[in-house]
Design a protein around this ligand. Sequence first.
Ligand SMILES: C[S@@+](CC[C@H](N)C(=O)[O-])C[C@H]1O[C@@H](n2cnc3c(N)ncnc32)[C@H](O)[C@@H]1O
Length: 341
Amino acid sequence: MTAAQSSRHPITSGVSVTPGHTSVLLEEVLTALAPRDGGIYVDGTLGGGGYTRRILETADCTVWGIDRDPDAIARNADLVAQYAGQLHLLAGRFGDMDSLLREKGVSAVDGVALDLGVSSPQIDTPERGFSFASDGPLDMRMERAGESAADVVNTANEADLARILRELGEERHAKRIARAIVAARSNGEIATTGQLADIVRTAIPTSRSTHIDPATRTFQALRIHVNDELGELQRGLVAAERILRPEGRLAIVSFHSLEDRRVKSFLRTRSGGGGRGSRHFPDRPARHAPAWLLVSRRAIRPGDGEIKNNARARSARLRVAERTAEPSWGGEESAAVGGAG
Ligand SMILES: C[S@@+](CC[C@H](N)C(=O)[O-])C[C@H]1O[C@@H](n2cnc3c(N)ncnc32)[C@H](O)[C@@H]1O
């Protein structure tokens, strides 16, 4: 970074609070990426721009910020102006990062950061329909396009609803909730987050030990389903493997076990030189050389201070891996990444 830049963009305290969003594990992600002058970095989940800003404050480098939410792209216009020529934003999905970047003439990068899930502005804007904390349309689409949560809740059959709630919400009472949803919609469309939350709260008991709202798991499941978050995660891991140059780093923060299990399984498998041919997959290459080196064997967790200041950090886990010089394994079988849901 030039002297002029460092005085224009002073490095802040290590806490990035963009309007409405506090970045999680910010310093740990930065340490993992170790941005260097001249490097090219991808922030695949731009959100409030917290990671991107910090990367740009640290080195005289280029950042490609990707977000599937048009609001997040618009919110970072000032940052683009501040780092003109260094920061480029792309509206799209991180699962497509390799093709999105190739279209821009970028074929290899030095680091990829992914901070999974939703941002505080998405959760806290009732019109986006992600939250049951205040009433809003039952939407939940990060992209503001495609099938909404209301479409799913009002059209999926009972068995499919139960499967979504069980697999993506790890909801023990999935069948009971699915039955209640189908019964409720026979009286008219379920259109708001408040209506759905009330149906779930009436259908199942509140846990006496945790006092967590009974609707929490149902909302998580629908959000993951509507946005195909686990499919995106799988595609994102494969895309990062394709685009990172040797010694390039992946830093990925997940917020629940469904995500972390997949990240861990993907990186373990592909750092271990496994993937022998088998009689079940005769076309599979006989053996892959390790595409990754695990930088941390265990997930990195936020410290008590961060958790105290930011409740969202409580469940965060960061995994870091470094790309080897071996070819990418590709993305042909989901079995290799622990089965995306
Ligand atoms: C937790 S926030 C990121 C916050 C950001 N790290 C910061 O410090 O401000 C997640 C963001 O990723 C976006 N997102 C989630 N899944 C995505 C995907 N598959 N492709 C692109 N963006 C995605 C969401 O729209 C949201 O804006």
